[in-house]
Design a protein around this ligand. Sequence first.
Ligand code: PGA
Length: 245
Amino acid sequence: MRKKILAANWKMNLTQPEVQRWAQQFNSFNWSSDTKEVRVYPSAIYLASLAETLPSIGAQNFYSAPSGAFTGEVSLNQLQSIGVKSVLIGHSERRLIFQENDTLIAQKMKAALQQQMPVILCCGEDLALRQAAQHLTFVNAQLSSALSGIDPEQTTLLTIAYEPIWAIGTGLNANAAQITEMHAAIRSLLLELFGKAGQDIPILYGGSVNAANAQEVFACPEVGGALVGGASLDPAVLYQLWENL
Ligand code: PGA
């Protein structure tokens, strides 16, 4: 059984003094556990310093080539050399604002797994797809594309995060029935793609998770933790989520 995961995605937030205060407050709580783990995904400029003081630091983004002429980008080698422990791939903000398409996402997946870098692969539909009852088909296609050609043995590095776009940063989290339906569909797909190995891949929920709804979210079957944006900017709130996990 893999550990439950609480992943804090800061996105493009917090200045250096705020990061110092955040880390100090974070370290005043007890995060040790045999059954769950906390990961922090800060802006790239803070990765090196935070990797020395926080338990598990991850990168919000990277490029798949090992090195070379890719201005503005960061490689997996570089991230590993400063102690980064995991990466996010396929976040809807990367897909929509930075035009990351399925081909690039599949390429990033392959590069990360080849490099033995643990991945949280994000997926999720927009409101129009949900209203058209296309959400299951859409997420199935997103994941099938990103996961094609991956061996079952590599799935120990894999975590999925289901994040409906209409729930991200909006305060509108998906309800228990919606989360349960999608997480069951994702689990079936993982079993279909990877056989028995598909059973152990954690599936996180993300989208306006906060202290008020965490208990309901975490009680849904197949929810193996959360990817948290806004609420993770306050370590005390993050710790409340941890206590509910
Ligand atoms: P949110 O973001 O918790 O602010 O909705 C979640 C995410 O995008 O990872």
